[in-house]
Write a protein of this length. Sequence first.
Length: 292
Amino acid sequence: MTKDDQLKANIEETLSNNMHNTALGINVQVEKGYVKLHGMVDTLAEGEFAAKLATRIPFVKGVDNGLTVAMDNLREDDEITELVLKKFMNEPKLDIKKIGADCEKGIVILRGQASSLGEIELAKELATQVHGVREVKALVKFSEETKDADDASIVNGVEVALAASGMVEAEDVDTTCTKGIVKLDGIVDNNEQKEAAELFAKTVPGVRKVINKLATRHDNEKGDGYLTNVLRRALNKDDRVSPAQVKAYVVDETAYLSGKVYSVDAKKAAEEVARKVEGISDIVNDVTVAYH
């Protein structure tokens, strides 16, 4: 059995275990680690769930979701709109007064205002669960209060959300933001934590997009991502170094330290911490000292 054959078998087993009879209508093709899904599903949500399951399988390089929604039980647009709005009303995290929906030829269009990207995506997810929906388009705008959020406050909001989540170690995630676009770097334990980090980041007002570059320890054991995380944790635990002042990355077993501290001792301490991390073979210390 080739690697692609084994990967195909793993994906089919995962789909069967999680989607039961629905998986019977899904065909899987794998070539050089890239997966193509095609066939019929009952709802858009099922198609997206199948693609997510396939993405989680170790050694999958990418997923092309060619699944289509079965149209054997067509519904009128008015009925679809009513069912979508009913789902919105039953979801306490959505304000039905701010987000509405219309349907035309099976295409649901969402309109209104939202306080976060998470609200918009939740509305889209609920709409995809309705039978007869072929596509969902979100024309929802961000509310006025979110437009004033600056990048620094967004980063702080994401870090607070991760820390309060109880699912993700905030110190494992390096968060940056440029014009409302949040980027998550670092390494977490598994795909569930990776997805959770993105989900919590999207709940923060002002976030317009999340680029999730998080790796998982399963795929990066003893690699650069793993060493980066170990180093950042060690810096965070050392009282001589402030993790807010020193940034650390590991590339090809070389630790790169940067940032600004207020004493030579703090700069030396950061390097000492890095030297104690097993697996780091070299250090480039570009930390600068700001004298008062």
